[in-house]
Design a protein around this ligand. Structure first.
Ligand code: NAP
Length: 300
């Protein structure tokens, strides 16, 4: 299957608590229209909105199952409990299959697992291989945040899929992208808009609720300053297309999965596929990262 370079981030689906998002019906409609508009990669997790994200995706895509790639996760269950026990893998997959109304998942990835798993010191990999053999999953891998995590995975695990936090404000992992590509791993870029900042619509006065209330005033000011500098480089207030095409300009990336709350956001994200980011702007954004952003160690 040829995976669409613009994918669908499913954390927002039906997720009032974290994202102030949408109803079940609106979610189903949004996922269906994403599919109708050419998106065939969908990211979700049991923990997203207590299983509701998987249910919405399952309902929306059940008639087109074979045409889409569904990636779900393991490690944070639908009750918001963290459970990385090897013995829980099959149960978690079975529950995901039920919510997704399907008999297989294209990939299941460890949802920010503890370091010992990334170091290959546990039997997670052999259990995932068993799940592959019995046909419940087609691939497995990890969702991780940092260059250090990526290095561990490449050195200790043998995965099909890696989902990594990567965007203009978090570029460090790119130095290992060639290795990911050489191994033929499907690389997914999560949080591509830096949780909304890289759309260009937030500034120093912005207030955040839900999952984004994690940022204190200092973090907001730091990010606002950086966003102004990015706007000065691209000469545009709207950064969505620049942010997504920047990520897609790296060969190793298969798909980018912006989280979507409505049809307008969906449409604007899809337009990034046709957007041409100039080499000059890309280089300036890489220079800005090296000289000013990297040392800030911006928290997620
Ligand atoms: N640990 C993990 O595995 C992990 C962690 C995080 C995310 N993810 C996955 O990655 C996906 C993306 O990450 P994310 O959702 O955290 O961050 P993101 O994609 O960087 O930002 C998403 C937010 O940006 C805003 N937005 C998106 N498209 C827009 C557009 N075209 N115009 C204006 N605003 C737009 C929306 O919020 P507002 O309109 O409210 O600003 C949306 O909720 C998630 O949905 C999830 O599937 C996985």
């Amino acid at each position: 299957m040829l995976i669409s370079e613009i994918g669908f981030g499913g954390w927002q689906l039906g997720n009032d608590a974290s994202w102030g998002a949408m109803t079940y019906e609106e979610g189903v409609k949004l996922v269906k229209s994403a599919y109708d508009k050419g998106i065939n990669f969908f990211d979700t997790a049991p923990g997203y909105s207590n299983g509701l994200s998987e249910k919405i995706i399952g309902e929306a895509l059940k008639d087109d199952r074979k045409e889409v790639f569904i990636n779900t996760k393991f490690g944070h269950n639908h009750l918001n409990q963290t459970d990385f026990n090897v013995g829980s893998i099959e149960k978690s997959i079975n529950e995901s299959l039920e919510r997704l109304q399907t008999t297989y998942v294209d990939s299941v990835i460890l949802h920010n697992p503890p370091r010992e798993i990334l170091e290959g010191k546990t039997s997670h990999q052999s259990e995932f291989l068993r799940m592959k053999e019995i046909g419940k999953i087609r691939g497995y891998g990890v969702s991780i945040d940092t260059l250090e995590d990526l290095d561990l995975v490449l050195n200790h695990l043998d995965v099909d899929v890696i989902e990594i936090l990567f965007n203009i404000n978090n570029q460090s992992p790119k130095i290992l992208f060639d290795k990911v590509k050489d191994k033929g791993i499907l690389l997914i870029a999560k949080v591509p808009l830096d949780s909304g900042w890289l759309t260009g619509k937030y500034n120093a006065q912005s207030n955040f609720t839900g999952i984004r209330s994690r940022w204190d005033q200092e973090v907001i000011l730091q990010r606002a300053k950086i966003i102004d500098k990015i706007k000065a480089i691209v000469h545009d207030e709207n950064l969505v297309n620049t942010a997504l095409s920047f990520i897609l300009s790296f060969d190793a990336i298969t798909t980018v999965i912006p989280g979507v709350k409505d049809i307008h956001q969906l449409d604007s994200n899809i337009k990034s596929s046709e957007f041409q980011l100039s080499e000059d702007i890309k280089q300036k954004l890489e220079k800005l990262y090296e000289e000013e952003i990297k040392s800030l160690n911006l928290p997620w």
